[in-house]
Design a protein around this ligand. Structure first.
Ligand SMILES: O=C(O)CCC(=O)C(=O)O
Length: 321
């Protein structure tokens, strides 16, 4: 059924520890198409991609930027506006704030949406399937689906719209970005167990090596788990401090993705954060820091991500397609 059935060394906590890198050609070829499309859609992205990898450039742009409105204490039905300062300071200092929480009814609404709508395997609109039919879909389409995205269908989920436009999240984003925040992506997706996935499949599903997002000159992501997540369910991992302090070899590297083992050696094992928690758990992070999902060993994970930046993007990129 599947053409490649290689397995990858994986530790008990779901985080691949392999230090060696596979040959770069596959990684380069995988990226040519998306990069060219990115530049065609938005030529400014070439500049962001080239210069946005340097911490000095990012810090300089932050220093000269400003937001148009005053700093306010925002209020909303979902989050406590009083936490904006703590969130912003933690993300600035560590790159991550753990401790956001979605109201239970919001979790229920998004779970209902995800249970009644098909997701799309490997971002392919030809491969629609209900999450409960994941094994069926892999058999039927003859492909592994490590992730299933809902793409633009999430526009019809009121609970997601409410999070995306939430005044407290926007205020946190404005403070962190030192600019009027632009919503640059919203994604809802399942991560599924799919034993035997090879390195390329794991990499495309953000499960094999840590990476840094260069989506904009500055951005902030809010993640929310909609299912209970432990180390067997694809917990998100993060390297504290790497959004601001980064070795030159990692700033000049051709790829932003590196093995966890190599990064732990460079920055220290004490910097690793593994985010586990019940459905509703939320966290804010600067995705320029090294981060990743991990291999889903047992339980599928449903996760929502809302990202704010400073430069508008196209509709396709907004939903991650
Ligand atoms: O699946 C995850 O936890 C990581 C997602 C990720 O790497 C990203 O959104 O850039």
């Amino acid at each position: 059924m599947f053409s490649r059935l290689t397995t990858r060394r994986r530790s008990d906590d779901g985080i691949p520890r392999t230090a060696e890198e596979p040959r770069p050609w596959g990684r380069i070829l995988d990226r040519v198409g998306p990069y060219l499309r990115g530049v065609a859609e938005n030529p400014a992205w070439a500049l962001i991609f080239t210069l946005g990898r340097f911490t000095a450039v990012r810090e300089m742009l932050r220093a000269i930027s400003h937001r148009s409105g005053p700093v306010l204490e925002a209020c909303s039905d979902l989050f406590d506006g009083a936490m904006a300062t703590a969130v912003t300071e933690a993300v600035r200092r560590e790159g991550i704030f753990l401790g956001l929480r979605l109201p239970d009814e919001t979790v229920v609404q998004i779970r209902e949406f995800a249970a009644t709508q098909p997701c799309y395997g490997a971002f392919d609109r030809q491969c629609a399937f209900p999450a409960a039919g994941h094994s069926w879909a892999e058999q039927t389409f003859g492909r592994r689906f490590l992730v299933g995205h809902f793409l633009d269908a999430i526009e019809y989920c009121g609970a997601i719209r409410a999070i995306e436009t939430d005044a407290v999240l926007k205020e946190i984003a404005a403070r962190y970005l030192c600019a009027d925040p632009v919503a640059i992506s919203t994604r809802l997706w399942w991560s599924f167990p799919s034993p035997g996935a090879d390195d390329g499949e794991l990499r495309r599903a953000a499960q094999s090596r840590m990476h840094a997002d260069i989506n904009d000159w500055r951005s902030i992501k809010f993640f929310f788990y909609l299912t209970d997540v432990d180390r067997e369910a694809g917990a998100h991992i993060f390297l504290k401090g790497t959004h601001r302090r980064r070795r030159l070899k990692h700033q000049f590297a051709l790829f932003t993705g590196h093995t966890l083992a190599a990064l732990l050696e460079a920055y220290g094992p004490d910097k690793l954060v593994t985010v586990c928690g019940p459905a509703g758990t939320g966290f804010a992070e600067d995705p320029f820091a090294f981060h990743s999902g991990t291999i889903v060993a047992k339980t599928p994970r449903l996760i929502l991500q809302v990202e704010y930046g400073v430069t508008p993007v196209s509709r396709a990129r907004f939903f991650g397609a």
